[in-house]
Design a protein around this ligand. Sequence first.
Ligand SMILES: Cc1cc2nc3c(=O)[nH]c(=O)nc-3n(C[C@H](O)[C@H](O)[C@H](O)COP(=O)(O)OP(=O)(O)OC[C@H]3O[C@@H](n4cnc5c(N)ncnc54)[C@H](O)[C@@H]3O)c2cc1C
Length: 387
Amino acid sequence: MKKKVKQQISGFSEIEQEIRILRKQAPDRSVEKGQVSRIIERLHPRKLNLAVSEIREETASAKTFRLVSGDHYLPPFLAGQYINLFLDVNGIRTSRPYSISSSPGQTAYYDITLRRVKNGFFSNYLMDEVKTGDGFQSTSPAGYFHHNPLFHGKDLVFLAGGSGITPFMSMIREVTDKGMDRRIHLIYGSQQEDDIIFSQELSERASRHVNLSVTHVITAPSSSYAGHTGFITGEVIRSALGNQGLTEKMFYLCGPEAMYGFVLSNLEKLGVPKRRIRIEIFGPPADITAHPGWPEQITKADRFQIRLKNGRVFEAAAGEPLMNSLERNNITLETSCRSGVCSLCRTKLLSGKVFHPAGAQIRKSDRKYGYIHPCMAYPLEDLELLI
Ligand SMILES: Cc1cc2nc3c(=O)[nH]c(=O)nc-3n(C[C@H](O)[C@H](O)[C@H](O)COP(=O)(O)OP(=O)(O)OC[C@H]3O[C@@H](n4cnc5c(N)ncnc54)[C@H](O)[C@@H]3O)c2cc1C
């Protein structure tokens, strides 16, 4: 019966015939078994052993860590990609992603540049405790926030806020060092003038390369500051870029979560189509309860029970990503982006309800079959997980 049905499919017998010939005539691929996976493993190892070779102070609250390989090899990356660093912080095995700020043309090291987050668990540890010579593990470079020559064109607008400058710095360094045929307009929002990361290098590169322009926007300027102030508004964008061709440019947006809604609505007012905007979200929202869609009756401090397959039960606060609570209880999941995108931490939810903020890219099939991304999932009820 099955065979009869297959015969009805147009082209079935021709394909069957081809498979028969291939089986007889084609080279024996089993001889090369493992070769491809060996090349992939070399190009994209799952884990890298890194050591800090240099630490540079960029501003009072930002530092660059130069990381070299402990294995004599760093995989290539695309400007805009990140690595996820693993560390034991106060006895908890955890990780945070950081965009590579150096150029992909530099194959001897990755630079990461981070800003201290107030009461931040990981950033403060890195800023205060990590010293030259210290070693740790990371994932291979990953992420989709990079230029795509087929679809993005050559006229690029980078909208950066605070530490969100890092993926752009990698792209700017690559384009200007290699003399690539691309035009870059950077519009960079910082709190105060002395918070601007890479300030001197940006102005030097802009003065040497006609295809790079830099516009700063300062939220809390000093009395002598004469440039743009406030936030990155449509007006600032228009005054930096002019009115012409706005809808043909490619806009990239990276910075604190609070910046997205504001800048996106301004881009929309300027008529920039969604397909011309690329976004990198730098981790979980500062206050999830302020996020659209969060149920009013649940507060940050509410706690719910998390039950695992082996019967173990512990508590998790509603106001923080579930992954933090898992790690605090010695459960380390595979993870790379910690922003609901890479889906490495995908976990089956057996019962209960979680909140995924907009920006977490949960697939339709995940929703249908009850999978959550704990790095961007907040418990709203007691949960039972297949872990
Ligand atoms: C792809 C990507 C690239 C990034 N690149 C950079 C970069 O180049 N430079 C840079 O400085 N940063 C970067 N980040 C951000 C970085 O990964 C960290 O999120 C940042 O350093 C803060 O980490 P932290 O542990 O200090 O803060 P956390 O302690 O993790 O706090 C950050 C947020 O997590 C939530 N949270 C965590 N713990 C709790 C808790 N106990 N209770 C309530 N809420 C909690 C809160 O919403 C808080 O605002 C990037 C993030 C992503 C996703």
